[in-house]
Design a protein around this ligand. Structure first.
Ligand SMILES: [Zn+2]
Length: 413
């Protein structure tokens, strides 16, 4: 849960100072790893760096003031960056300027304390002071970690809490069992077999792509900074930039709120949830040509798809947290959207067919609800076996792909 911090002038100075020290430590650790490798052909591990912290503090005495677990967490960030690089997931770690250094983390319970019941309150940071914070947490419990973040001229505290004990104490395991189909037409199609419900992604989230695109386009028209040519960003560029990040931040917040609300609603009545193993491709809309395609795919991924991914993992987390069962249905094997929930007959449907009409038993249902039913029944072991086997619909491949494209495009909007 993220709270906005309202530091006074003196504390603001102190926060900046701490951020700078963490940034310098980060750069030192990166430098240490590179030079050791270049000069002596040896790689430095996280533990080696952690163990040299006391000696480091003897030389750079200003670090004695800083919480040692927070220093370790900064070294851990370096370790993560290198690990990602080695695995080919990230770029070569770089030295960070203060502008691109976000903050630091208290990975356990020392170095800070929180005075809050989940809504507003105060954050005490050792050697820094007491800071007013505003924000509201959906769930609250014992604080476990605290990360101080500086972003766009504002300070935040991202606090994680352990709610496990409270949930187990106050709630009896809900008895509901449901299947969920995550898709683009309706964000969620939920069924318990008899009763169905479809939930849409909030309009703001659906329109977010357009809003961000518009704001970014506006930004591109302004004078961008270029270090090599020594061009500074124009005032209008900065203004446009802050508009883009404002929308992005708003989208991220809304997405998180929505995800938590939906997941909480689901878990409040159900402890058995069956859903598909996520296929991102199903939800990503496709742009048609070259460069834009990649851009658009990236953008979509960051909004709705991330939402779906988060939704799924949040539901999983919450269900398992209360001691329920979360079943991942192997979609490739079960084929939920192509199977009749009543008789198990399989018949291939193209994406533009929105209603399931069974040719064998005559069962008719919304496509996504039917898919959710199939997943629920499969997870429970009550899905009827089909004797007829898998029938492939005959449709020329060209028409199939265009209809898919159209469908996907509509979903993105
Ligand atoms: Zn049927």
């Amino acid at each position: 849960m993220t709270f906005r911090l309202y530091p006074n002038k003196q504390i603001l100075w102190s926060l900046r100072y701490h951020r700078k020290l963490h940034k310098d430590l980060y750069n030192c650790a990166v430098y240490n790893r590179f030079t050791q490798y270049q000069k002596f052909n040896r790689s430095v591990s996280y533990f080696e760096q952690q163990n040299s912290l006391p000696a480091f503090k003897e030389v750079w005495t200003e670090y004695k003031e800083i919480n040692s677990q927070a220093l370790q967490a900064t070294l851990k960030r370096v370790d993560f960056a290198f690990e990602r690089w080695f695995k080919g997931l990230g770029k070569r770690p770089r030295f960070k300027s203060i502008r691109h250094y976000s903050g630091w983390t208290y990975p356990a319970k020392s170095g800070y304390s929180v005075e809050s019941n989940g809504e507003n309150g105060y954050l005490n940071l050792s050697k820094i002071g007491r800071i007013q914070m505003r924000g509201k947490a959906k769930y609250w419990g014992i604080t476990t970690t605290c990360t101080i973040v500086y972003h766009n001229g504002k300070w935040y505290a991202s606090i994680t809490v352990d709610v496990l004990d409270q949930v187990l104490q106050t709630e009896i395991l809900p008895t509901g069992a449901i299947g969920i189909d995550l898709g683009c037409k309706s964000a969620l199609s939920i069924t318990d077999g008899e009763n169905h419900q479809q939930i849409q992604a909030p309009k703001f989230l659906r329109n977010a792509e357009q809003l961000i695109k518009k704001a970014s386009k506006n930004k591109r028209r302004k004078q961008a900074p270029n270090r090599k040519k020594k061009i500074k960003a124009s005032r209008r560029y900065k203004k446009a930039q802050s508009k883009v990040s404002k929308i992005t931040r708003k989208v991220a917040n809304q997405r998180q709120n929505w995800v938590h609300q939906v997941a909480a609603d689901i878990v409040s009545g159900n402890s058995f949830v069956a859903t598909e193993n996520l296929q991102v491709i199903k939800m990503t809309s496709k742009a048609k040509k070259g460069k834009r395609k990649k851009q658009k795919a990236g953008l979509n991924k960051s909004i709705l798809d991330v939402g779906f991914g988060m939704l799924r993992s949040t539901i999983k987390y919450k269900v398992e947290q209360i001691g329920g069962v979360f079943v991942e249905v192997p979609t490739k094997k079960v084929k939920p959207s192509q199977t009749c929930p009543k008789c198990g007959h399989q018949h291939k449907k193209t994406l533009d067919i929105r209603v399931h009409n069974c040719a064998v038993c005559g069962y008719s249902q919304d496509r996504d609800i039917a898919a959710a039913q199939v997943m629920l029944y499969w997870a429970k072991g009550t899905l009827p076996e089909s004797g007829t086997g898998f029938a492939v619909a005959e449709s020329p491949s060209s028409t199939t792909s265009t209809s898919k494209c159209k469908q996907a495009d509509r979903c993105g909007n």
